[in-house]
Every structure is written in structure tokens, then in C-alpha cells.
Design a protein. Structure first.
Length: 162
């Protein structure tokens, strides 16, 4: 089976569309998640959303607790932020779909996210720091937003040509 290709660029229509909710928690969804994980690991990413591999569904994978003994990869289906703290923090981000571009993005430092796992079981997680940042970044992908859209001054964004 061919590897999934990560879509790059800021103008691809699938990256700019709002992804469709997942309704079937079946073998096809699990297969897509497995293939997305392979693509994310190969690209050395901390997250990957289904639209980035050409599938307009509300699924993403994220690496939680990066570079710690508790590091794990988690699939989130139909995720939504249900609460967030008041503090916003600037942090550097990059994106597998916009390779070589990095910039500081303002994100909530603490969030609560509700999602389903690949079996269809609902979960709620409270996350902070990098974990919260990656979830917000990947959720943006499901809503047709790229991190470069959140750069405060697009004229001075590092390497971004708009």
C-alpha cells in the first residue's frame, strides 16, 4: 500500500475546508489513523490532521507529552474544545503542510477537549502547555485554518509568502 502523501501549501482547497464529522467508527477509520501515524512519524511531526492527507474528516493524531517517558500518540475523532483558561501564550509553531516555516502563534495555555477515540468512546482531557498548543493547531486544520493565518503581522512572518 502506498504511503500517504502530506498535502503542502496554503491554497489547497482541502486544507481550507471545514472537515466533515466522522459518523462511522469502523475498520476504515482505524486504517486511516494507522496510515496517518506512519506519515506523521516519518515526517517527524507532533500532530497530523486527516485533511493534511486528503481526507476531509474530523480526525487528527497528536503526540502527547513529547520527549518524556509518558510520550504517546492519541487519535482524536470529532474533537472540540469545551473550555479554556484565560491565559494565552506565544509559542513557536511549524506545520507539516507548510514545511520550513515557523512563527510565534498565540494560543490558550490550558484547554479542555472532548473527543471520541477510534472505538467511538467519548473522552474529555484537560491539557496545558505544548499538549494544549498541538491540539489547538490540529483542530484548526479541521476548520480549514492554517497556523500562518494566525500570525499577527503576516508581512513579517518568518518565511511566509502570502
Amino acid at each position: 500500500m502506498a504511503k500517504l502523501k502530506i498535502i503542502t501549501g496554503v491554497d489547497d482547497p482541502i486544507l481550507r475546508a471545514v472537515a466533515e464529522p466522522v459518523e462511522k467508527f469502523d475498520a476504515g477509520l482505524k486504517k486511516l489513523a494507522k496510515r496517518m501515524k506512519e506519515a506523521m512519524v516519518e515526517a517527524k511531526g507532533l500532530g497530523i490532521a486527516a485533511p493534511q492527507v486528503g481526507e476531509s474528516v474530523r480526525l487528527f493524531l497528536t503526540v502527547l507529552n513529547y520527549d518524556t517517558s509518558n510520550e504517546s500518540v492519541l487519535a482524536m475523532v470529532n474533537p472540540q474544545i469545551i473550555a479554556h483558561g484565560n491565559e494565552e501564550v506565544l509559542g513557536e509553531e511549524g506545520c507539516l503542510s507548510v514545511p520550513g516555516v515557523y512563527d510565534k502563534i498565540l494560543r490558550y495555555s490550558d484547554i479542555s477537549v472532548e473527543f471520541f477515540d477510534l472505538e467511538g468512546t467519548k473522552h474529555v482531557l484537560q491539557l496545558s502547555g505544548l499538549n494544549a498548543r498541538v491540539i489547538q493547531h490540529e483542530l484548526d486544520h479541521l476548520n480549514g485554518v492554517l497556523f500562518v493565518d494566525r500570525v499577527k503581522n503576516k508581512d513579517t512572518a518568518s518565511g511566509v509568502v502570502m
